[in-house]
Design a protein. Structure first.
Length: 196
């Protein structure tokens, strides 16, 4: 037996003792430094009871195609069923029209009537279109069958040509037409800003 073989055998023997001891030391540190659950990570019993009483979905998504060919997608932070109504919080919707105009809608709360296929957005609602319109209103009603969008009240608009206010806005695709039309009515006030 050479001196190198003897040194190798001693090294292997040394590792047979040290490696299991090191593994044992690592495992003991896991238990030693483990923390008890804090109040922030524990779920309060009242919240569990509320969830059991009132079922809800998180991150729900609804999508479909309207009669005019527009693709509609609705995303909800929280959804609670209530008969034919789906109560929604933290709502965002996108509409991709056949003509290529993209419409983004955001609202704090709303509801979708699954029987009539109508979405009602309440509270402050923001609408942005890919052709440069930014709008704010207090509520929006969207017909998911026809693709028609109507503001529930007055609306403020920033447009590529300036700003305007109106008592109501309607976005729809007229019969026999492929392009969506934006109609502002009921006391329209326009401030035209010419491009420089």
């Amino acid at each position: 037996m050479t001196k190198d073989d003897n040194l190798y055998s001693q090294f292997v023997g040394f590792l047979k003792i040290i490696l299991p001891l090191a593994a044992l030391a690592l495992m003991s540190t896991v238990f030693l430094f483990a923390r008890a659950p804090t109040q922030e990570t524990a779920i309060p019993y009242a919240e569990i009871e509320e969830i059991a009483r009132e079922p809800r979905l998180s991150g729900a998504q609804f999508s479909g195609v309207a009669d005019d060919g527009s693709v509609i997608e609705i995303n909800a932070g929280t959804t609670r069923p209530n008969g034919d109504l789906m109560m929604i919080e933290s709502l965002s919707a996108t509409i991709e029209s056949v003509s290529g105009v993209h419409i983004d809608i955001r609202a704090g709360t709303g509801e979708i009537d699954t029987a009539s296929r109508v979405a009602r957005l309440t509270g402050l609602a923001r609408v942005e279109t890919s052709n440069g319109y930014e709008m704010e209103t207090t509520g929006i009603t969207a017909n998911l069958t026809t693709g028609k969008i109507v503001s529930d009240g007055a609306i403020e608009i920033q447009a590529p040509f300036g700003s305007l206010t109106a008592g109501q806005m309607i976005i729809e695709t007229p019969e026999g037409n492929d392009n969506q039309v934006m109609l502002f009515q009921n006391g329209v006030r326009l401030v035209y800003t010419p491009k420089q």
